[in-house]
Design a protein around this ligand. Structure first.
Ligand SMILES: Cc1cc2nc3c(=O)[nH]c(=O)nc-3n(C[C@H](O)[C@H](O)[C@H](O)COP(=O)(O)OP(=O)(O)OC[C@H]3O[C@@H](n4cnc5c(N)ncnc54)[C@H](O)[C@@H]3O)c2cc1C
Length: 264
């Protein structure tokens, strides 16, 4: 997977905030430089206010690109995300990006992209879907949430859902949904899985893909500081294909990794 080539730290205007659930908002930022170079899977590191607290920036996937705007889908889980979701339109935030690597759409041939996501891990899927569809391939979304209210399927097409409590779609995890759907999906010819969600979900998916010899890119999460490989705050242990453990910096060597590195 290629590294991103250009890097900007810009002061971006918050153009619009749309609350799509009690704790999730889509925030649109005017960022022409980032919008023109971003690839699906890249993230941005945002200083959510100009105060000294919170000191560190917060990382967010690029949810969508619309002309000169990037959209960020933010779940309010703590101080930084809550401040960001409450930023008034018209004010500015500092945005560093695009950062990290991106989903690999070129190395292996595939006809259908299966986008498997859980919770706020659905954030990067809209941008990914747009680029895959533009390349003439089919997209199927398998989207999971704890309950119907936690599914974040806005604007995605071809969605099949899973909820832990069965309040919508398949009752069970999104990985179990994939197990259910796999015979049908395989009839479509070569498929590739692209996934983002909580790390335990990604671990289960990595095992599943290993077991079924499916090619899969995972976008992992970790607590992150600088976002550019200086602070080492985002070291994550992965295992290489021989099972040997190694540490990678998720901000530079990720967030997207081949699922085989996470299957052990
Ligand atoms: C590459 C990447 C892309 C991301 N994309 C998105 C996105 O598109 N939308 C979105 O809403 N969130 C995304 N996140 C997660 C988001 O960065 C964290 O939720 C945010 O940093 C929490 O900040 P806070 O100040 O609100 O929470 P804090 O008050 O710092 O923490 C609240 C809780 O979240 C935990 N936490 C903090 N940071 C992370 C983290 N990075 N990963 C896992 N747990 C964390 C803390 O341990 C604590 O339990 C992404 C993270 C990474 C690494």
């Amino acid at each position: 997977m290629c590294k991103t080539k250009s890097l900007a730290d810009i002061r971006a205007t918050v153009v619009q905030i749309q609350n799509i659930s009690p704790d999730v908002s889509i925030i649109s930022l005017e960022c022409p430089g980032i919008a023109s170079t971003a690839k699906p899977g890249n993230f941005v590191n945002i200083k959510v206010n100009d105060a000294t607290q919170p000191l560190l920036r917060r990382p967010f996937s690029i949810h969508n690109v619309r002309g000169s705007l990037i959209d960020i889908m933010v779940k309010s889980v703590g101080r930084g995300t809550t401040l960001f979701c409450n930023t008034p339109a018209g004010s500015t935030v500092k945005v560093l990006g695009p950062l990290g690597n991106h989903f690999d759409l070129g190395s292996e041939p595939f006809l259908t992209a299966v986008l498997v996501s859980g919770g706020i891990g659905t954030a990067p899927m809209l941008f990914l879907e747009k680029i895959v569809v533009a390349s003439g391939k089919e997209v199927i979304n398998l989207t999971g949430g704890r309950t119907k209210d936690e599914l974040l399927t806005q604007n995605l097409t071809n969605c099949r859902c899973a909820t832990d409590d069965g309040s919508a779609g398949f009752k069970g995890t999104v990985v179990e949904l994939l197990r259910n759907e796999l015979p049908e999906l395989k009839k479509k010819g070569a498929i590739k899985i692209f996934a983002c969600g909580p790390n335990p979900m990604l671990k289960a998916l990595a095992h599943f893909c290993h077991e079924h010899q499916l090619v899969c890119d995972l976008s992992l999460e970790s607590v992150m500081g600088c976002g550019i490989g200086i602070c080492y705050g985002c070291s994550v242990e992965v295992k290489d294909l021989n099972g040997k453990a190694e540490m990678i910096l998720l901000c530079k060597e990720g967030p997207v990794i081949n699922s085989e590195l996470f299957a052990n």
